[in-house]
Design a protein around this ligand. Structure first.
Ligand code: COA
Length: 321
């Protein structure tokens, strides 16, 4: 999107618009451009804005108020969603876009569609897989807590920090096979890789709850499927916060990840489990994983689930033990 992003006026007059058009020319003369592939999320939208020279002015200079950056990010995210959802759009241009502390106003826009002779199959596809909304849904835990189970997002980093702070040493040990300090688990470099994932290669589902006491979001569990070097294998790992263990969440996350794997490429799901981890072993057997010894490690087992030809894990006859 080429866009002009600056004005301090809430209700632009003809003079404001003229000024903004002059700035539009300046934007073009200085080639103040930033590129990003759709779809964007708010983190990517912020990074895109940060790459422009005008960004310093957008944040407010010489006593002028900052433009509404959150609204601007939302606009970029929605604009990118429009481009992804409407593949017949060949070019789209909002220029200029007037941004102020109070409002965003598109003064001009242009859309070019693909010719009707171009068949749907040959329309371009986004290089980045969009946020998989089809995997978002509500679920109620055995103790009555309502959660939304959804794919992880880059914006979840802070919630993940808080989630890790709730985990006991034994839960951490069972998941990582060694004691890993909270500081290293929540290091930004690590968490950004865990939250900012390529949904085509990896999937992490989180259980997101709004704490009725504080009104704030909290994560109660995370389940992850990661493609392995052997392209047909995906490794499964799951982690539920201590105070919510035993309420069915681990089973639900694993069941959803198995279903999801069936509609994607992997043929096999593997999970490495400590031999002493009775809960996870029970859960894996519940989904008919086969247990084999881990080579060179007598303390752990590898649980393997072949996906070919199996019925859905959500089939009640399969769920019953
Ligand atoms: C393993 C883990 C993910 C399971 O999640 P959970 O939400 O506690 O599991 P569920 O409530 O779905 O229970 C799964 C089964 O284990 C049983 N179970 C749960 N907690 C148990 C416990 N403390 N002792 C024995 N059995 C237990 C449940 O009764 C259930 O069996 P059921 O279906 O017959 O009722 C969770 O306990 C956890 O995060 N553990 C630490 C990290 C870990 O081990 N991760 C796995 C590494 S791959």
């Amino acid at each position: 999107m080429r866009a002009l992003l600056k004005s301090r006026y809430a209700n632009p007059t003809a003079t404001d618009c003229w000024r903004s058009l002059r700035r539009k020319e300046l934007v073009e003369v200085y080639r103040d451009r930033a590129l990003a592939l759709p779809p964007l999320n708010t983190t990517l939208a912020r990074r895109l804005l940060e790459q422009t020279r005008v960004y310093v002015a957008l944040k407010g200079i010489r006593g002028r108020a900052s433009v509404d950056l959150a609204a601007l990010e939302t606009l970029l995210v929605r604009f990118s969603e429009l481009v992804v959802e409407q593949p017949r759009i060949r070019e789209i241009d909002i220029n200029p876009l007037l941004a102020s502390a109070e409002q965003l106003l598109a003064l001009d826009a242009r859309v070019v569609l693909f010719n009707s002779e171009v068949v749907d199959e040959s329309l371009p596809r986004p290089a980045i897989r969009p946020y998989p909304v089809q995997y978002v849904s509500r679920w109620t835990m055995k103790d009555g807590k309502e959660v939304v189970i959804r794919p992880i997002r880059p914006e979840d980093e802070l919630l993940m920090v808080q989630f890790h702070q709730t985990l006991s040493d034994s839960t951490v040990y069972l998941r990582y096979f060694h004691m890993e300090k909270v500081d290293s688990r929540v290091a930004h470099d690590r968490l950004i890789r865990k939250c900012f994932i390529d949904y085509a290669r990896e999937m992490a589902l989180v259980a997101d709850r709004i704490d009725p006491g504080t009104g704030r979001h909290e994560l109660l569990g995370v389940g992850r499927l990661t493609r392995q070097r052997v392209p047909e294998d995906a490794e499964l790992a799951v982690l539920v916060t201590d105070r919510c263990q035993g309420a069915g969440l681990g089973t639900e996350l694993v069941g959803r990840l198995i279903d999801l794997a069936r509609s994607e490429k992997p043929r096999r799901i593997v999970a490495r489990i400590l031999s002493e981890n009775r809960t996870m072993l029970k859960l894996a057997r519940h989904f008919q994983f086969e247990m084999v010894g881990e080579e060179g490690d007598p303390n752990s087992l590898v649980a393997i689930l072949e996906l070919d030809g199996q019925v859905s894990s959500q089939d009640p006859t399969q769920m019953r033990k």
